[in-house]
Design a protein around this ligand. Structure first.
Ligand code: C2E
Ligand code: CA
Ligand code: CA
Ligand code: CA
Length: 276
């Protein structure tokens, strides 16, 4: 149906997996990865632009393959999506991440990525509700990061899912903002609480930088007038950090404040302040 159209196109870019055999092998291995304990979740700090306090963490999945080593999510998430494993994988990440959050100070948020395919599964809301109940984490601390891919694979339940998640009290974040097609329309279609400005707008020098700055300024203005927060991802240098601050971005994520780290290390960061 619709899901097989535009939204799935990107899954078959040759750059994502060199050949079919390789892909098939990864798919096969991924099936048992959870039970073999090869998957883990790491956490990257998200820091308030003013004051540099940790606001929360984004959970990012890792796969330690027994023979091939660390396989990046950009390589295996698309495989999980195509092969129907993403639901199970996503649920595992959510539960695992919420378990870690229980040990953090109560004001810190957790951001979890949700694949468009998960989002279009009507069971998602119950699953999120159950995971929150089991963990005891307040729903307002959970942010679900969704890319605009969700609108390309849109199905009958997408709108209802947005509404139900809002009702549950979780926060919704539009991820990778600015990289897709008609992003402004999407802001109207769903009750997002935050916009995550894609890192392609953060980097750049000279003319590029001036253009990026103009775009970010416009996104921040738009977000503010819609009552949404903003976060810039991929901030690596001090110069970029200063730039994001001067443009009024509310939160910062990127290597300048830390790479994704294991739960124990995240807990330490959660309890202190991060210094540059
Ligand atoms: P994303 O959601 O846009 O996540 C941000 C990515 O940027 C992460 O890569 C993070 O490690 C990286 N990053 C953070 N700061 C910087 C920086 O300053 N510079 C640079 N160059 N990169 C930075 P990662 O962990 O490899 O994840 C890649 C993508 O895989 C994610 O992009 C997300 O789309 C997907 N992904 C990761 N974990 C999950 C998951 O649990 N579920 C789903 N559905 N997708 C996931
Ligand atoms: Ca994300
Ligand atoms: Ca992103
Ligand atoms: Ca991305």
């Amino acid at each position: 149906a619709k899901a097989a159209g535009r939204g799935r196109h990107r899954f078959f870019e040759p750059s994502m997996h060199n050949n079919a055999a390789n892909r098939q092998m990864l798919e096969h291995d991924l099936r048992g990865a959870v039970t073999r304990d090869e998957l883990s979740v790491v956490f990257q700090p998200i820091v308030r632009a003013a004051g540099e306090e940790v606001a929360g963490f984004e959970a990012l999945v890792r796969w330690q393959h027994p023979k091939r080593g660390l396989i990046p999510p950009a390589e295996f998430i698309p495989i999980a999506e195509e092969s129907g494993m993403i639901g199970q994988l996503g649920e595992w990440v959510l539960i695992e991440a919420l378990e870690a959050v229980r040990h953090w100070p109560g004001h810190l948020r957790l951001a979890v990525n949700v694949s468009p395919i998960q989002f279009n599964d009507p069971r998602l809301v119950d699953l999120v509700a159950a995971a929150l109940t089991v963990s005891g984490v307040d729903p307002s601390r959970l942010e679900l990061e969704i890319t605009e891919g969700v609108f390309m694979t849109e199905c009958d339940t997408t709108e209802a899912t947005f509404a139900a998640l809002k009702k549950l009290g979780v926060r919704l974040v539009l991820d990778d903002f600015g990289t897709g097609y008609s992003s402004l329309g999407y802001l109207k279609q769903a009750p997002f609480d935050k916009i995550k400005i894609d890192r392609s707008f953060v980097r750049g020098a000279g003319l590029d930088q001036r253009r990026n700055a103009a775009i970010i300024r416009a996104i921040v203005t738009l977000a503010e007038s819609l009552g949404m927060d903003t976060v810039a991802e991929g901030v690596e240098t001090h110069e970029e950090l200063q730039q994001m601050r001067s443009l009024g971005v509310s939160e910062i994520q990127g290597y300048i404040f830390g790479q994704p780290v294991r739960p124990a290390e995240a807990q330490q960061l959660a309890q202190g302040r991060i210094l540059e």
